[in-house]
Design a protein around this ligand. Structure first.
Ligand code: MIC
Ligand code: SF4
Length: 641
C-alpha cells in the first residue's frame, strides 16, 4: 500500500509512537521559527530550560508583529529576543525585513524537512514540500531545546486539484472555495495534501497562499509535492541546491479525498466575521468600501504585488478609499522599487507600509467606525482590525486592487489590467536584515515590561468552581485574548493582558473570574480557533481557570491548554444547556480519566444533576496535566518524556 507524501516525511522523522491517526507521536524537527508576539514567552520558556545552542538545524527569530513602537515595550521585547537569539545560536531577523512566513519560505524552507513555528500560519512552508506546523510558544521552545515536537497523529485529506483557473481567479479563491466546502473546523487534526494535474498551474507562492489559509481550516498542516515550479522558485532565491523532488507514492492511500476543479472557480470573498463565510465576489458587486489592505503572510508575494501594481498602474485610488500596501519582505520591496512597480502603487495614491504584519493584527490602519474594509489577509474575526464594528471581507489581491480604484466591490476588470506572466526574476537578496551570531555567555536583556510566565497547578482528582463564562461556537483566540496596537505590546505581561480577556464577547468576564477566584469556562464547537497564541491559555491559567468544557477544541489551543495544566473537557452539543453562568459545578474522576477511562462526571452542586464529559489524553499529555503544565513537568523530570 503506497504512502502519502505527508506520511513519507512523518515516518522518516518519527521518534516516538506510530502513524495511527488520533494517537500521540513525536517527530524530529529540522527548523523552528518564532515571531515577536509569541516569541517573548517562547524565549522566556527556553531560558528556563537552561540549554546552550539550540538542537535544531536552523532556528529563526522574526520581528514582524509588534512593529509600532508607541512606547518602550515593543523595542524592549525586540532587544530581549535579539539577546536570547545570540545566546542560543538563533538567526535574528530585524524589524523591517518582512513577515516571518514569507521570509522563511524565501530563505530557509527545504523540501522534506520539518518546521515548527510559534505562529498558526507556519504551514505556509508546506508549499515547499515541508511538514510545517504551528504550535504554542512553549512547544516551540521545547523543539528548540530538544529537536522534537509532539502532536496527535493527523489523518490525511487529499485534495485533488484539476483544471486551470481563469485569468482573474487567484490562489486565494481556491482556498476560499475549500473553506466554503470544509468550514473552519473541517481540517482539525488532518494534514491537507494536495495532488492532481492542476498543481502544475500553480506557482510556488500560489501554493503558499493555499497552505497558509489551511490554518483557517483548522488543519495540522498542508503540503504540496515538489516539481519544476518549486525548482524555479528556489532558483529565484539562488537556492537551487536545496531542491529535492518529493511526492506521494503512485498508489498512495488517503483517509479522505476531495476534488476541486479550478476551471469552474470565480473570484470569492469571505464575509464578516469568519473565514468560511464565503460567497462569490460578484454577489457583492457594488458594495461601497472605505478601506483596502493588500499584504499579510497570505498575499504579499512578489507575484501578488506585481499583479496589484499592474491593476493600479495609471489609475487613481477612489476618493472614498484608503489603500494600504505592505509587501511581504524587504527583498520584494527592493524588487518592486527597482522595477518601477512601487512607483505605480504610489502614483495611484497607495499608502506603503513597512514590511510586516501591520493591519492584519490590528497594528495600525484600524478602519473607521462601521467601516467596510477589503483585505487580502486570512482572518476577519470581529474586532481583529482594531475597530469593533468594522466589517472585514477577505479577498484576492486582484479584487482588492480593482475595488480600491472603483470605490466599491468590483469584478469588472479591464483586459489591459491583466498580468499574464509574472516573470521568475532573481530575487534581490539582502543579508543585512539578518543577524546570525552565537555567544553562550551573552547577557540576556530584560526590560521592565517582561513579567514571569504563570505556572499551572498540579492535577487534583476533583475540582469545584463556578462557570464564569459561557460562550457559543467558533470562539477564536482573538476573542480570548484580543490583539491590537494597545494590547500587543503586553504579550510579555500576562497579568495586564488578563484584564482584556473576552472583553469583546463578555466585558464582565475578568471581574467575574477574579471575584470567583477562578472556575470553569463553557464553550461550543471549535473553541480556540485561529492563532497559536498561548496567551489564550496563559491568561486563563493566571485567572485560575482549571477546565474548559466545550463541544470541540481547535488543535493548537487544546495543546496550549494542556501545556498550562488546564483540562479540555468535551461534552455533547445538547449538553451546553446543562450549564448556567455563575452556577457551581464539581468535576469528579479526573485521575481515573487520565489513567484510561477518559471520562469525568460533572455535577451541578445545587441541583445534584450530572452529565459525563470526555477527558481523553495521550500519555505525554497525562504527565503534563499531572504536573500542572509542561514547564512544571520539564522542571521536575526534564523535557524528554
Ligand atoms: C495571527 O495571525 O493571529 C497571529 C497574530 O499571527 C497569531 C500569533 C499571535 O497571536 O501572536 C497566529 O496566527 O498564531
Ligand atoms: Fe502576521 Fe497576519 Fe500572518 Fe498572523 S496572519 S503572521 S498577523 S500577517
Amino acid at each position: 500500500m503506497g504512502k502519502s507524501l505527508a506520511y513519507k516525511i512523518l515516518s522518516e522523522k518519527l521518534v516516538s509512537g506510530e502513524l495511527v491517526p488520533g494517537t500521540g507521536i513525536g517527530i524530529e524537527i529540522d527548523q523552528t521559527l518564532t515571531q515577536d508576539s509569541t516569541g517573548t514567552m517562547a524565549y522566556l520558556q527556553l531560558e528556563a530550560m537552561g540549554v546552550d545552542h539550540v538542537a535544531v538545524k536552523k532556528a529563526v527569530a522574526y520581528i514582524d508583529h509588534n512593529m509600532l513602537q508607541t512606547g518602550f515595550e515593543n523595542m524592549d521585547d525586540h532587544e530581549f529576543i535579539r539577546s536570547v537569539a545570540k545566546r542560543h545560536g538563533i538567526v535574528f531577523s530585524r524589524p523591517g525585513n518582512g513577515v516571518c512566513h514569507q521570509l522563511q519560505l524565501e530563505n530557509f524552507s527545504k523540501p522534506g524537512q520539518t518546521l515548527v513555528g510559534s505562529d498558526s500560519h507556519t504551514p505556509t512552508c508546506g508549499a515547499m514540500g515541508m511538514i510545517a506546523i504551528g504550535a504554542g510558544g512553549l512547544d516551540v521552545a521545547v523543539a528548540m531545546a530538544t529537536g522534537k515536537y509532539y502532536l496527535q497523529c493527523p489523518s490525511v485529506l487529499n485534495i485533488k486539484l484539476v483544471g486551470e483557473k481563469a485569468p482573474w481567479v487567484s490562489a486565494k479563491d481556491v482556498i476560499l472555495k475549500i473553506l466554503e466546502i470544509l468550514t473552519v473546523k473541517g481540517g482539525t487534526n488532518k494534514i491537507v495534501e494536495y495532488s492532481g494535474e492542476g498543481i502544475k498551474n500553480l506557482s510556488l507562492t500560489d501554493r503558499a497562499t493555499i497552505c497558509n489559509m489551511g490554518a483557517e481550516l483548522g488543519a495540522t498542516t498542508s503540503i504540496f509535492p515538489t516539481d519544476e515550479n518549486t525548482l524555479e522558485y528556489l532558483k529565484q532565491q539562488d537556492r537551487e541546491a536545496d531542491y529535492v523532488q518529493i511526492q506521494a507514492d503512485e498508489d498512495a492511500t488517503y483517509d479522505e479525498v476531495l476534488e476541486i476543479d479550478m476551471a469552474v472557480l470565480e473570484p470569492m470573498v469571505a464575509k464578516p466575521h469568519n473565514p468560511d463565510n464565503v460567497v462569490t465576489a460578484k454577489s457583492l458587486e457594488g458594495m461601497k468600501i472605505n478601506q483596502v489592505v493588500i499584504g499579510s503572510c497570505t498575499n504579499s508575494s512578489y507575484a501578488d504585488m506585481m499583479r496589484a501594481a499592474k491593476i493600479l498602474k495609471g489609475k487613481r485610488v477612489n476618493n472614498d478609499v484608503s489603500l494600504v500596501i505592505a509587501p511581504g519582505s524587504s527583498s520584494i520591496l527592493a524588487m518592486l522599487s527597482a522595477n518601477g512597480a512601487l512607483q505605480d502603487m504610489i502614483q495611484a495614491g497607495a499608502r506603503i507600509l513597512e514590511c510586516g504584519c501591520g493591519p492584519c493584527i490590528g497594528m495600525g490602519q484600524a478602519p473607521l467606525s462601521k467601516g467596510v474594509s477589503l483585505r487580502t489577509i486570512n482572518r476577519n474575526f470581529k474586532g481583529r482590525s482594531g475597530t469593533n464594528d468594522a466589517e472585514v471581507y477577505l479577498v484576492s489581491p486582484e479584487i482588492a486592487a480593482l475595488s480600491a480604484i472603483k470605490g466599491y466591490m468590483s469584478t469588472e476588470f479591464e483586459d489591459d489590467m491583466y498580468l499574464d506572466v509574472v516573470e521568475n526574476v532573481e530575487f534581490i537578496k539582502n543579508p543585512n536584515y539578518f543577524i546570525d551570531e552565537y555567544d553562550p555567555k551573552h547577557e540576556v536583556y530584560m526590560g521592565p515590561n517582561i513579567k514571569p510566565v504563570p505556572r499551572g497547578e498540579k492535577a487534583e482528582d476533583n475540582l469545584q468552581g463556578k462557570v464564569v463564562l459561557k460562550v457559543g461556537d467558533n470562539i477564536s483566540t482573538d476573542h480570548i485574548v484580543p490583539s491590537d496596537s494597545k494590547l500587543l505590546p503586553f504579550r510579555s505581561n500576562v497579568p495586564h493582558l488578563a484584564k482584556f480577556s473576552f472583553s469583546k464577547v463578555d466585558p464582565e468576564f475578568y471581574d467575574r473570574a477574579i471575584n470567583a477566584g477562578g472556575g470553569f469556562i463553557v464553550g461550543g464547537d471549535n473553541y480556540g480557533q485561529g492563532s497559536s497564541r498561548e496567551h489564550a491559555a496563559l491568561v486563563p491559567n493566571h485567572l485560575k481557570i482549571r477546565a474548559v468544557i466545550a463541544v470541540s477544541f481547535a488543535r493548537i489551543h487544546r495543546s496550549n491548554l494542556i501545556n498550562n495544566g488546564i483540562l479540555p473537557i468535551v461534552i455533547k452539543e445538547e449538553e451546553q444547556d446543562f450549564f448556567t453562568l455563575n452556577d457551581e459545578y464539581k468535576i469528579e474522576g479526573i485521575f481515573a480519566a487520565l489513567n484510561g477511562t477518559g471520562k469525568v462526571t460533572i455535577n451541578n452542586v445545587a441541583t445534584g444533576a450530572y452529565i459525563e464529559g470526555k477527558l481523553e489524553v495521550t500519555p505525554r499529555e497525562k504527565t503534563m496535566i499531572e504536573f500542572g503544565g509542561l514547564l512544571n513537568a520539564i522542571k521536575e523530570i526534564g523535557g524528554d518524556f
